[in-house]
Design a protein around this ligand. Sequence first.
Ligand code: DAK
Length: 258
Amino acid sequence: MTEYTSILVETHGRVGLIRLNRPEALNALNTALIQELMAALEAFDADNDIGAMVVTGSEKAFAAGADIKEMAEASAKEMHARDHIAPFDRILKIRKPVIAAVSGWCLGGGNELALSCDMLVAADTARFGQPEINLGVIPGAGGTQRLTRAVGKPVAMEMVLNNRTLTAQEALAYGLANRVVPVERCLEEALALAEEIAGRAPLAVQAAKRMVNQAFQAFLAEGLAEERRTFYDLFDTLDQKEGMRAFMEKRKPEWKGE
Ligand code: DAK
């Protein structure tokens, strides 16, 4: 099996399990982790012995967002050129169902990753948020588009504009999560759900997934492209630099509005 450094990969019957594994950074999504995650999903997608996948993090964090340290000093031009989170889009091409098993922090790009999965099993400890506004930027991978479609405009506005964090029960009530379970059962439940689906007719499962996603596709691509451009453009503002430096220096940012 391929050697990975930022994820752990296992199989459980017909289910492929991927654990995000950067505990020192609360599974912040850096370039290497995203590349490995996509490669592992694609390998399971191509494997006839696998019918569904589960992506999970640790008890403390599913993922605390994109890696701030990797992008803090980049300019807008560099962000556009680097497009370092573009491999993220490869998850959209995965044909088999992917279930997110979420415990602890599920923030920013982490929440966007969870939203890109097909179902979500939340531990009662899970906390969902889009805190990019605290860094002087906006969500860049679906947090204004998929999230709004999932939870509706009022809640999405609060999350994106004002860093509202949802508890697991709120995520369930607002349609972000499929179910909430005690933290110690989260992975087990997600694996059981995935195993059940993996036992169904593979081609029908893949067609069903494709068509449910199709219901959201129409205007989503344009919205996502616009969202990404806007996200990158913000890297030419002083507030983005201040927000990300303040995070790394563990202090409150001072906004300049420029
Ligand atoms: N990036 C890098 N390091 C992070 C991190 C992150 N997002 N989150 C946590 N860490 C690191 C911390 O810096 C700390 O490292 P050391 O200081 O020990 O070296 C370590 O993980 C433990 O974190 P804390 O000490 O802060 O742990 P606490 O329990 O006190 O707090 C926390 C947990 C989750 C509340 C806190 O760590 C936090 O606020 N983290 C940042 C959350 C955040 O702002 N996330 C949004 C990031 S921006 C795109 C796709 C996606 C994105 C953008 C574009 N495209 C496709 C274009 C996404 C953007 C984002 O997600």
